[in-house]
Design a binder for this molecule. Structure first.
Ligand SMILES: [Zn+2]
Ligand SMILES: [Zn+2]
Length: 359
């Protein structure tokens, strides 16, 4: 079928809306008509180096239009959120950790199905798609069933897309991985969409001290509205300010910035036996720490996809959101899909916490 996709022609170029051909779903795949798709930092990062033509986008939400013969538990008309995919057969998948699937990179970042094919063609040639199981900068997508999360008829599909990546990643880092006990202290570095989801989750967990660290005062104000007890301006003075908030160190820290210097500050802000989650991936190839700063029982844990099983965690987060207990709606700004260029500019400029494109 002919569908409209935002195609990246070459690294660093703006997305261009084009008619592309979408193949029908294979036996283990699902055709979804999108209602909305969020823009995540990972899309913008991959757009800087992906050799096009390619379709990115990985926070889709919409309605199932068709399912392959072997797909169980999904039917046309079902409202769904799209998330990352996984193989389902490796040890991490079989033990409930699909975000650590041994084939994660090949399945989510190669642009192709495992057999090398793509469901998306431009001018008769297959192009890279299947980004994080979906490539949802398009009004319809074909996704493997393992990337599809049924969310129930009450879900607000114009809001739900980011629950499949950004919100799941931030909230899951806290709720699934760090698991702070009520009364804990936590410092969260970066108050973008992932960071504020983590902050809301920390507040929900009953953390008594939730310090948000960011360079942008507007983001710090948003962080406070979502449950941060302290806003700390990032940069050279952050370490000292954090020490004044938690003189013995924080029980937990979470880095969403992907910057090695920020991660070092996060680890050094920990109390002995404290635990730091690493979510952000930036240009840094290495992280470095003073020997003694990790010797006293501190733990550094990498986290992918919020450590979540999307089919379990995304509906839970949506229920918490509907109950007003995970109130991330306020950071979402909607744009028509055709205005993807303006939406990207607004995200890059920091004017918008989470942009969602609507179809
Ligand atoms: Zn993402
Ligand atoms: Zn696997």
């Amino acid at each position: 079928m002919r569908v409209t996709a935002a195609v990246l022609d070459r690294p660093g170029e703006p997305f261009a809306l084009r008619d592309v051909e979408l193949a029908p779903p294979r036996p283990d795949e699902v055709l979804v008509r999108l209602t909305a798709v969020g823009i995540c930092a990972t899309d913008l990062e991959f757009a800087t180096f992906t050799e096009g033509p390619a379709v990115l986008g990985h926070e889709g939400a919409g309605t199932v239009e068709a399912v392959g013969d072997r797909v169980a538990g999904l039917a046309p008309g079902d409202p769904v959120v799209l998330s990352f995919t996984s193989c389902g057969g490796c040890r991490p998948c079989l033990t409930g950790s699909p975000a650590y699937c041994l084939s994660f990179d090949a399945l989510n970042f190669s642009g192709r199905r495992p057999d090398g094919s793509s469901a998306v063609s431009l001018d008769g040639t297959e192009i890279d798609a299947h980004f994080l199981g979906q490539s949802s900068f398009a009004d319809h997508v074909v996704a493997p069933a393992r990337a599809v999360v049924p969310v129930g008829k009450d879900a607000d599909l114009a809001l739900a897309g980011p629950f499949g990546c950004g919100f799941q990643t931030g909230a899951g880092g806290v709720l699934n991985v760090l698991r702070p006990a009520p009364g804990s202290s936590i410092a969260i570095f970066g108050a973008g969409a992932v960071g504020v989801a983590a902050i809301a989750a920390a507040a929900l967990s009953g953390c008594s001290t939730v310090a948000a660290v960011d360079l942008n005062p507007e983001r710090l104000a948003t962080a406070r509205a979502l449950g941060a007890t302290h806003g700390v301006t990032g940069g050279g003075g952050a370490a000292e300010e954090l020490r004044s908030i938690a003189p013995d160190g924080f029980d937990f820290a979470l880095d969403t910035t992907g910057r090695a210097d920020v991660l070092r500050t996060a680890v050094e802000a920990l109390a002995p036996l404290g635990r730091c989650g690493v979510i952000g991936v930036g240009p840094s190839e290495e992280m470095s720490f003073d020997w003694r700063s990790v010797l006293n029982g501190r733990t550094i844990t990498g986290i992918i996809g919020g450590g979540a099983v999307p089919q379990v965690f995304v509906p839970e987060l949506l229920r918490l959101n509907a109950a007003g207990r995970f109130p991330v709606d306020g950071i979402v700004t909607r744009f028509p899909f055709e205005e993807i260029g303006a939406a990207v500019a607004a995200v890059k400029g920091g004017a918008v916490g989470k942009a969602v494109l609507t179809f």
